[in-house]
Ligand binder design. Structure first.
Ligand code: FEO
Length: 396
């Protein structure tokens, strides 16, 4: 297959994965994912990142088609997670003289994952590497989202190779660069990708964005999703907003419900939100919606309203599991609403109140607790919760 030249002597050599069901064996991939890799055909042929091991064969063939008899001089390793480093061992076999460029943390992982200890070229933050008509500059970006991550900047073509930053789920169906593709679905998938994969690391993402903000960037080449050229500002602003945990005016309602009683409370709260002017509402039955999508909406909206039955004197297990994922990501600054049910002894509401304190979130109104089935009083208190949340969201 012919590789596409996306900028001066820079070729896209990535692959699309439409087979894998779960990214990291955790997160659904209904629209697949791409593993992006780039080959710079300057005087010294230089590859930036590789692809998942399951695509090594076709990947190596593609590189060989472009390189012909030329040696591959350098492999820049911006990120060691195996969806990008998975082909390194086979690449080294095909190009034994290839020097691997990374930082000290990269090389510890390179040895640990692949037993590779030699043929290394170590770089530090701010270092550069001449490869012919251009030099590549290295900017470490620790914890975006692994400790060894770095960005590589080509100052001649003004291209930033950004590892996972500004990446998204979704395959590249025919096109590579943003203005060749229908982007509608990518923005939502970018938010889901960010919340699932990068979500815990808001502060490192902010630091990395600030660090490269003075560079003249005409193109961003991430390791997943479209190459950003025309829509650079849009892609960066999604990461910027999400790294600040800034939620839009709207609410995510998540509930667990075994027999429908907690669900009726959720319906009442949602009705009241709409009656008081909130249209952005994401409703999730935690037993049905995958946490990947709930996390996306928790990041998207400022309001979060959670309802749980008491289950064996604990939270409903699916709610507990979700809340743990939200806590792991250290989601900040949410307006929190609470409702819950029990049959003979209540525990869920108390645990949700404790959770709000731990997360340092503002609890809106009073928690609504229901014993067994819905009563007129409980119904009215759910409406009141929705009204107070809507007022808070409208005020912010
Ligand atoms: Fe796409 Fe963090 O690997």
């Amino acid at each position: 297959m012919k590789a596409k030249e996306i900028a001066n002597k820079i070729y896209y050599v990535g692959v699309n994965d439409r087979s894998k069901s779960l990214f990291e064996n955790l997160w659904p991939l209904p629209h697949g994912v791409s593993y992006n890799s780039y080959l710079i055909m300057d005087e010294k042929a230089t590859l930036v990142d590789t692809v998942d091991a399951s695509f090594s064969d076709i990947y190596l063939q593609r590189l060989s088609d472009i390189l012909g008899d030329r040696p591959l001089e350098y492999l820049i390793v911006n990120h060691m997670e195996p969806d990008h480093s998975g082909s390194i061992r086979q690449l080294r076999r095909q190009y034994p003289g290839m020097k691997i460029v990374g930082n000290g943390k990269t090389f510890g992982m390179l040895d640990g994952f692949y037993g590779i200890k030699d043929g290394l070229h170590e770089v530090k933050d701010g270092d550069s590497l001449p490869i012919g008509s251009r030099s590549l500059f290295f900017h470490t970006a620790p914890m975006v989202h692994w400790p060894e991550v770095m960005f590589t900047y080509d100052a001649v073509s003004k291209v930033l190779f950004s590892a996972d930053a500004f990446g998204t789920y979704g395959t590249l169906d025919g096109g590579i660069i943003d203005d060749e593709l229908l982007l509608d679905g990518f923005w939502d998938e970018m938010e889901r990708y960010y919340s699932n994969i990068v979500g815990k690391y808001g502060s490192p993402v902010q630091k990395a964005i600030n660090k490269v903000s003075s560079l003249d960037i005409q193109m961003i080449c991430s390791t997943h999703g479209p190459v950003w050229k025309r829509y650079i500002n849009d892609a960066v602003s999604v990461y910027e907003r999400m790294s600040r945990y800034e939620g839009k005016s709207g609410a995510t309602i998540v509930y667990g419900s075994m027999y429908g009683h907690t669900e009726q409370m959720a319906e009442a709260v949602a009705t009241s939100l709409v009656e008081h002017g909130i249209k952005n509402i994401a409703m999730h039955n935690a037993s049905r919606s995958h946490s990947s999508y709930i996390l996306r909406d928790v990041f998207k909206y400022r309001g979060l309203i959670v309802g749980s039955p008491t289950y064996s004197n604990q939270l409903f297990p699916e709610i507990e599991s979700l809340l743990m994922k939200v806590e792991t990501r250290d989601v900040k600054n949410r307006l929190f609403g609470i409702f819950g049910t029990f049959t003979w002894a209540g525990a869920a509401v108390k645990k949700l109140e404790e959770y709000a304190l731990r997360m340092k979130w503002e609890t809106v109104g009073s928690a609504v607790e229901q014993k067994q089935g819905m009563t007129a009083d409980t119904y009215n208190r759910c409406l009141e919760l929705g009204k107070l949340m809507a007022q808070k969201l409208n005020d912010n």
